[in-house]
Design a protein around this ligand. Structure first.
Ligand SMILES: C[S@@+](CC[C@H](N)C(=O)[O-])C[C@H]1O[C@@H](n2cnc3c(N)ncnc32)[C@H](O)[C@@H]1O
Length: 324
């Protein structure tokens, strides 16, 4: 889910195109009565979710059916047996989604790039658009390992830790540190690292405040990549989607100040302190903040001219700049 109004998401399927019949789109080979029963249940669930205003009703209905059936994906040539009580279980799940509880909280996991991580209430849910932002750190770390280096990457405002875990798992040999001021988020990120069997040498998570000038003081001038998806919504821009307004922690959303950039300013200051000369800074922002974020970076004098880049929907989404 995007923090911008009108751009909802789902665990890993929000940025993919799906037809109106998700079973047909996946080539699911159901036959006979089970076929009709499953298709009917999913179609009815999708209809209810559409009426409730859920932005991706067919995809969500399918995910809830998978959850009710206890199968990871309905792509089996032979469909699973439909257990007793399937419709009742699906109805209970659909009710929760109709009430606009995030799909990830209902099914218990979120997908990000190639990862599937458990979700924890009170911790910001990873968004599809951040996958492209994370890719910048993955590509830079891969470039450095290709040159025989052992890249050091710092993710400020790490939340669930999915950016850290993406770099650590996609680029063996990199060392990645995630910082968040919220101990619940740090515990969740550590839990995901354990679940994914990512060791502390590759990824570690610490509680810390990006506005603290002593944060990671021992690494000043030594970091190859600083990446961040900080809170950046302006104080008076209340998110409209219930999934965001009622379930994401406010500290993960609002950047502070009329422009929402108080926290991102601290992130920029920390990045200038931590990066080595030539090191890469990557920061996500709202689609309307491209120019002000570039200006904010350029005014520091610490970076080469900053550039703005798009997400998969073509909206301005993140800034890149090299440390002078
Ligand atoms: C938008 S979430 C990003 C989470 C994750 N990086 C992602 O992309 O899914 C922002 C995170 O910043 C954290 N945060 C807010 N203020 C902070 C601060 N002053 N220092 C460190 N982390 C902070 C919040 O706890 C939240 O987890």
């Amino acid at each position: 889910m995007c923090r911008c109004p009108g751009h909802p998401g789902n665990p890993g399927r929000g940025n993919r195109a799906w037809g109106r019949d998700p079973l047909a789109a996946r080539g699911v080979g159901l036959t006979g009565r089970d076929d009709a029963r499953l298709r009917g249940a999913i179609a009815a669930a999708a209809q209810r979710l559409a009426v409730a205003g859920v932005p991706s009703p067919h995809v969500d209905a399918l995910a809830l059916a998978e959850h009710a059936l206890g199968v990871p994906q309905l792509i089996l040539a032979v469909p699973p047996a439909i257990p007793a009580g399937f419709e009742v279980a699906l109805d209970a799940l659909v009710r929760r989604r109709e009430a606009r509880e995030p799909l990830q909280h209902i099914i218990g996991f979120a997908a990000f790039r190639h990862l599937t991580v458990p979700v924890v209430r009170g911790v910001f849910l990873p968004r599809p658009e951040t996958e492209v932002v994370a890719e910048q750190a993955v590509d830079e770390a891969r470039r450095l390992t290709g040159a025989g280096r052992e890249p050091l990457v710092v993710d400020l405002c790490t939340g669930s830790g999915v950016i850290v875990l993406s770099v650590a798992t996609e680029v063996p040999g990199s060392r990645v540190i995630g910082i968040d001021m919220d101990p619940t988020a740090v515990a969740a990120a550590r839990g995901s690292a354990v679940a994914l069997e990512v060791g502390a040498a590759a990824a570690r998570f610490e509680v810390g405040d990006v506005s603290d000038p002593t944060l990671l003081a021992d690494l000043a001038g030594a970091v190859d990549v600083v990446i961040s998806n900080p809170p950046y919504i302006p104080d008076d821009a209340i998110p409209l989607e219930p999934e965001v307004a009622d379930h994401d922690p406010p500290r993960a959303l609002f950047g502070g100040g009329a422009d929402g950039l108080d926290l991102p300013r601290h992130v920029v200051t920390a990045a200038a302190r931590l990066l080595r000369p030539g090191g890469l800074f990557v920061m996500e922002h709202a689609d309307v903040q491209g120019a002000s974020v570039r200006e904010l970076l350029d005014r520091t004098g610490a970076f080469e001219p900053a550039t703005t880049h798009h997400d998969l929907t073509g909206r301005d989404r993140f800034v890149l700049a090299r440390r002078r």
